[in-house]
Ligand binder design. Structure first.
Ligand code: GLP
Length: 250
């Protein structure tokens, strides 16, 4: 299933498993890489993109000329904490893809706006990989985030801290703030790949893809972008319908 207009292209692919969705997304990224169109890759953390990173690593492609830009970073974790996104991106993306740590960039809570300037100085993001939270967040842009927001410090929603508690020893260890690319920053990327899997995300997927475009469902704003592809597993796609538009509070 896919929809398109003259200026916007949103494609929605469904696959039998997260791994099959990752193979399809990896094909798109490999094609960019081989065509010389991938100098800067935006990377999300979380469990959704993990199969994609594993698949890209398995292909043994040459990513040595690619710079990585993380979507977000927790604030308040000690340097070197295994759940800091600097460590996660190094361990799950840069290392497996053979990208030197000097080419890995993350936003800095001390000067968030510098991140947008750094991205611009690298010519913008060629391909942004996104996951999506159960409440529709992208990066750490929680519901209500301005659609033109830039990289900034944000408070995490209680539901996001709960969802991410699985990565920490206790729920209280989950940071309360992060620094995240803004929705406007994300929309500046040339192409966007969104990976979502699991039944617990199905309502948010349906709201983002079929529901109203609203700041209360941050991922719904992706339809403003010229080139977005959603790679879903069947569970995440379970509530999608072009007729059955879910209610989204605005
Ligand atoms: C995290 C990250 C997001 C990610 C989302 C979903 O908190 N900040 O970038 O897309 O939440 O995570 P997961 O894929 O683990 O469900």
């Amino acid at each position: 299933m896919s929809t398109a207009t003259a200026t916007r292209r949103t494609a929605v692919e469904t696959h039998p498993s997260p791994e099959a969705a990752a193979v399809a997304a990896a094909d798109a990224i490999e094609s960019d890489l081989r065509a010389g169109r991938l100098r800067t890759l935006g990377v999300a953390t979380g469990s959704s993109p993990s199969p994609l990173y594993r698949e890209l690593a398995r292909r043994g492609l040459d990513f040595s000329g690619v710079s990585l830009f993380a979507l977000d970073e927790y604030l308040g974790l000690p340097h070197g904490h295994p759940q800091s996104y600097r460590e996660v991106v190094a361990r799950e993306v840069a290392g497996p893809l053979g990208i030197p740590l000097g080419a890995v960039h993350l936003p800095d809570g001390g000067d968030p706006a510098a991140y947008d300037r750094l991205i611009a100085a690298h010519g913008g993001i060629d391909r942004q990989i996104l996951g999506m939270g159960r409440n529709g967040h992208i990066g750490f842009n929680e519901p209500g985030s301005p659609v033109d927001s830039r990289t900034r410090i944000v408070d995490l929603a209680a539901s996001t801290r709960e969802a991410n508690a699985r990565f920490f020893e206790t729920p209280d260890d989950v940071p309360v703030q992060s620094v995240t690319q803004g929705i406007g920053t994300i929309l500046d990327a040339r192409r966007i790949v969104v990976l979502v899997s699991g039944r617990e995300k199905a309502a948010a997927v349906a709201a983002a893809v079929n529901g109203p475009r609203t700041a209360s469902m941050p991922a719904s704003v992706l339809r403003d972008h010229a080139d977005v592809t959603w790679y879903l597993d069947d569970d995440a796609a379970a509530l999608l319908s072009t007729r059955d538009v879910p209610e989204v509070a605005s």
